[in-house]
Every structure is written in structure tokens, then in C-alpha cells.
Design a protein around this ligand. Structure first.
Ligand code: FMN
Ligand code: SF4
Length: 524
């Protein structure tokens, strides 16, 4: 590093890279050399404001100044404008902290994402990293679990199960070997928050897993990472190496006498391997097929041993909970949905991105205030909330609060916090058909309602669309959905009816049926 060098940040996040961030970083480095300007170039994580990527930041005495979206053609004009000193430029976004879409967030889990150098342990520690583990090492396992219970943190992977209860179950088992497994399979459509953490602040996940291990008495852990995330694999590998070298991982965590060894396993690309028991099968080197429950993984999980399985965001939320206390985390949110959730807005939105917010805002707040309407400029028609197994909601339901119970009460699920927007060109009958097709493609095949039902579901929807015995086939589709809901062994088959039936309910005209309005008039 040059003594008087200006620090310039260009994200290494793969979405930013897909928009040209690496080429921009290279061009900035070359231009700085050409102009003999000393810079210290850091490849940070993304702030999640993807419509502004590549977003370049410069450290100035006033704070960090942001510019974006920066293209290769802008680089020399940025230098001309004196951006290294925070100079004015048409792409200037002002102080990063004052950007409205960041200012309005409550970044607890994502506090360091975009701020630090993701692979620098020193930077992590300088920004408050490892304070949670330091406190945890001074507590008993039961006291750590109590803190997590007090936070009311629920699993962010989809099922929203209380993390404290899960951890207590594993803590209460007596076994020589226990495991902590991080579910980083992130297969839901329109979701990317796990990736943002792993690429932007991998140490927070490592610290969260280490705290989990200390709490329940586990000495080994695995991160089950989807193969589609090669950049996350690189950052995580570098971070695990750095943490191991500094004694935050290994045989004796920071002189505590407690061991925790952490390794990454890369999946082979199956949606079902995100389901925790299929993931454990896959981790054991077998085909990803669902296991019967009970026994719960917390009692008999990986290699038959007690195993905590948690999502990336669940685990990455733990360091802040231990550092500030469970009660502080619990102050965010509404009802039984406590803390913050990272909502990921994708699809047809002007401002697609990831936003960490307390539970309780409405879908409309998210779509209008953050998303800024559709990218196509056409009217918004539907949003799918919660990934491929989530319901489609029409425009008229956007005042729904984003909390687990409210969304479930409206016939949907919040899942991993993905929200995909569709404009009025979307054909919801085709989307319902796709839900069945997706289930057929991704089914593990263990139970009949899902394995056979999903294929029959595609055929029945095709007959409805083609107007062959339409009303009989609609009835048949409802029966089939009942069977899948009640008879499937896991949520893939059990929840596929949600997108199908919500499309049928809210958008009947796409299936050739009277619209919801026409049906009401007919009744009157
Ligand atoms: C078909 C299917 C796919 C799933 N995919 C994921 C996934 O990609 N990531 C994840 O964390 N959880 C996924 N889950 C949920 C997991 O089974 C499990 O509930 C979760 O990993 C537990 O962690 P949490 O309590 O922290 O959410 C999936 C569930 C099902 C039924
Ligand atoms: S519902 Fe589908 S994915 Fe789940 S166990 Fe049955 S066949 Fe396998």
C-alpha cells in the first residue's frame, strides 16, 4: 500500500462483476498508474443496490463517496472530475451512507457487507468482528442458547423454525461427535442474500457457525455450497484459511480449549439438496433423497450424529445477537417475526436488489419505495413471494405485511425472502404450469403424490388451458393439489400447490375462467 494512497472500493460481488465491475477495477488501476495517482484498490462486497452496480466508492475525509453505475467509458472522466477527492461527476451519488436506499435499511446482519474487504480478517476485526464469539467463549452452552432464544431468531432458510429451540435440542444430546452444517444451497428463484454474505462478509458466517459449535458442543462443521457460486467458494475458502491461521478455527479456538474444524462441500446442483435431510444425504456422499423425520437432524443428523442445520443468514445473524444481546435483536420486527429480514427483489423491478429491513413493512413499501415499479414501465400484475413454492399475489394484495404469519394467513409463505415482480404481460396459467413442471423436474422421487402428481399436474393444466373439459379438469387440479398437500413427504411436493392454486384463485382469466370480478358479478 502506498502511504498517501486513496482507498477506492470496487465490488467483487458476482452480480457486480457480471455488470462489469472487474473490468472497471482494472481500468481504474491502470488509469491511476498512468496518472501517477496512488490508490489502494479494495474489492468489497456489494451494498445490494444492484441498479447502481458497478458502484465505485472512494474514501475521503468526509466519508465514502459513491459513483455508479460506472462503465469502462466513465473511468477517465471520473479521474478528470477528481473523484479520488470526492469530486462532482454526473455519476456521483454523494456520501454512501446518505443514499436513501441504504439509509432506510436496518443493517444488522449485513452491517459490514460493502464496507470491509471480505477476505481481510484484520478489517473484519477492526469493524467489530469476533466480538460475538469472544463473548460466547465466556458463556456456557446453555447461556449462549438462551441468548439466541431471547432474540426470537427464526430460521431464514424457509421453514422459520426458532433457532434457539433447534440449538437446545442438539445441546441436550450426549454424543461424542456433533456437527454444525450451514445450508448454502440457496436454490429459491430470485434469492441471493446468502451469496451476498458469503462473497461480501464471509467471516460473519464463519463466526456464526463457530458460536453455534461452541454452544452445542460440535467440533466439526460443513458449509454445503451450491456449485453455481464459484466466487463465494473463493471468498469463503480464503476466509476459512485466514481464520484458521489466526486461531479462530482449528483445534483450540483462541486458546479456549474448544475445537472447531470447518470445511466446504460443493453440491452438484439439485433444488432438493437444499432440503435439510436431502442435503445431509448429499454431504454423506449419497444421492440427495429426503429422509423420513423423525428423527430430527438436531438429534440424528450428519452420519447419524446430532447436527445443527441452519441457513447462511440465520448463522450470519448470530454474531450480532451475541454481541448486542438477544433482546436487542428482538426489538426489531412485529408479532412473532422478530429481527430483520433481507428481502431480495428480483424480476421485473426498476431497482432490483437486497434490502435488510425489520419485519413488518408491506409488500407495497418494498415494491414501490425500494423497487420503483416495473423495469418495463408496464403495470405490475403479480408478485411471487418466497421462491418457487411461494404464492402469486395480485396488485390488490400488496398491502400485506411482510411477516411470516401475515403471508401464511394470505395463503403464501415468506420463505427465504425472495420477491419476484411480474408486469401485465405475465401469463399466470403458464406460471402455474411451470410450478408443476419444476416440481416434476426437481422431485427426489421418494413419494408418489410429488413424483407422479407433479407430472399429472402439468397435463391437467395443459387441458385447462386448451379448454378440454375445463371445469372437470379444474376440479381435478384442486383434488390433485389436495393430495399433494396432504400426502407429500416434504415441502417440495407439499407446497407446489401454493403457486398453482394462488394463480388459479387470483388470475382465473389466464386459465380461461371468469375473472375474479366477473365471478363476483355472476354471484350477485
Ligand atoms: C425443497 C426444499 C428446498 C430447500 N432449500 C433450501 C435452501 O436452499 N437453503 C436453505 O437454507 N434452506 C432450504 N430449505 C429449508 C431446509 O430444509 C431447512 O429448513 C433449513 O436449512 C434450516 O435452516 P434454518 O432453520 O436456518 O432456516 C429447503 C426446503 C425444501 C423443502
Ligand atoms: S415431496 Fe417430492 S421431493 Fe419431497 S420426498 Fe416426496 S418425492 Fe421427494
Amino acid at each position: 500500500m502506498i502511504a498517501s494512497a486513496t482507498t477506492v472500493y470496487v465490488p467483487r460481488d458476482s452480480s457486480a462483476v457480471s455488470l462489469g465491475a472487474s473490468a472497471v477495477a482494472e481500468a481504474i488501476a491502470m488509469e491511476a498508474t498512468r496518472r501517477k495517482a496512488g490508490i489502494n484498490l479494495i474489492r468489497n462486497g456489494s451494498r445490494g443496490l444492484y441498479w447502481l452496480e458497478p458502484m465505485v466508492e472512494v474514501a475521503t475525509p468526509r466519508g465514502r463517496i459513491a459513483y455508479g453505475p460506472v462503465s469502462l467509458a466513465d473511468v477517465s472522466t471520473l479521474f478528470d472530475a477528481g473523484f479520488l477527492g470526492g469530486g462532482e461527476h454526473p455519476l456521483s451519488l454523494g456520501l454512501t451512507d446518505d443514499i436513501a436506499y441504504l439509509e432506510r435499511q436496518s443493517r444488522v446482519t449485513f452491517a459490514r457487507v460493502g464496507v470491509t474487504d471480505p477476505v481481510s480478517l484484520d478489517d473484519y476485526v477492526a469493524h467489530g468482528g469476533y466480538r460475538g464469539l469472544t463473548r460466547a467463549l465466556a458463556l456456557s452452552g446453555a447461556e449462549i442458547v438462551q441468548e439466541v432464544t431471547a432474540s426470537n431468531l427464526r430460521g431464514r432458510g424457509g421453514a422459520a423454525f426458532p433457532a434457539g429451540i433447534k440449538w437446545k435440542t442438539t445441546l441436550d444430546q450426549s454424543a461424542k461427535q456433533k456437527y454444525v452444517v450451514c445450508n448454502a444451497d440457496e436454490g429459491d428463484s430470485g434469492t441471493f442474500s446468502d451469496r451476498m454474505i458469503m462473497e461480501g462478509d464471509p467471516f460473519v458466517l464463519i463466526e456464526g457457525m463457530t458460536i453455534a459449535a461452541v454452544a452445542v458442543g460440535a467440533s466439526a462443521g460443513y458449509i454445503y455450497l451450491r456449485s453455481e457460486y464459484p466466487d463465494a467458494l473463493r471468498t469463503l475458502t480464503a476466509a476459512i484459511d485466514a481464520a484458521s491461521r489466526a486461531g479462530y478455527l482449528g483445534a483450540d479456538i483462541r486458546g479456549s480449549g474448544k475445537p472447531f474444524r470447518l470445511e466446504i462441500r460443493v453440491g452438484a446442483g439439485a433444488y432438493i439438496c437444499g432440503e435439510e435431510t436431502a442435503m445431509l444425504e448429499s454431504l454423506e456422499g449419497k444421492r440427495g433423497v429426503i429422509r423420513f423425520k423423525p428423527p430430527l437432524p438436531a438429534i440424528a443428523g450428519l452420519f447419524g450424529q446430532p447436527t445443527v442445520v441452519n441457513n447462511v443468514i440465520t448463522l450470519a445473524s448470530i454474531p450480532a445477537i451475541l454481541e448486542r444481546g438477544g433482546k436487542a435483536y428482538n426489538q426489531y420486527g412485529v408479532g412473532r417475526s422478530r429481527g430483520t429480514i433481507t428481502l431480495q427483489l428480483a424480476g421485473n423491478g426498476t431497482r432490483a436488489g437486497g434490502f435488510e429491513l425489520p419485519f413488518g413493512l408491506t409488500l407495497r413499501d418494498l415494491i414501490d419505495d425500494f423497487g420503483g415499479g416495473t423495469a418495463s414501465g408496464r403495470p405490475l400484475r403479480a408478485v411471487q413471494v418466497g421462491g418457487p413454492l411461494g404464492a402469486y399475489f395480485p396488485n390488490s394484495m400488496l398491502d400485506l405485511a411482510i411477516d411470516y404469519e401475515a403471508i401464511a394467513g394470505a395463503g403464501g409463505l415468506l420463505g427465504h425472502g425472495g420477491v419476484v415482480a411480474f408486469d401485465d404481460t405475465a401469463d399466470l396459467a403458464q406460471m402455474a404450469r411451470y410450478a408443476m413442471e419444476f416440481c416434476a423436474l426437481e422431485s427426489c422421487g421418494k413419494c408418489t403424490p410429488c413424483r407422479i402428481g407433479s407430472t399429472r399436474g402439468v397435463e391437467v393444466i395443459d387441458r385447462i388451458i386448451a379448454n378440454r373439459d375445463r371445469s372437470d379438469n379444474v376440479e381435478l387440479l384442486r383434488d390433485l393439489c389436495d393430495t399433494m398437500t396432504a400426502g407429500s413427504l416434504c415441502a417440495l411436493g407439499g407446497l407446489t400447490p401454493l403457486p398453482v392454486l394462488s394463480a388459479l384463485k387470483h388470475f382465473p382469466e389466464d386459465f380461461g375462467l371468469p375473472s375474479a370480478n366477473e365471478a363476483r358479478i355472476g354471484v350477485e
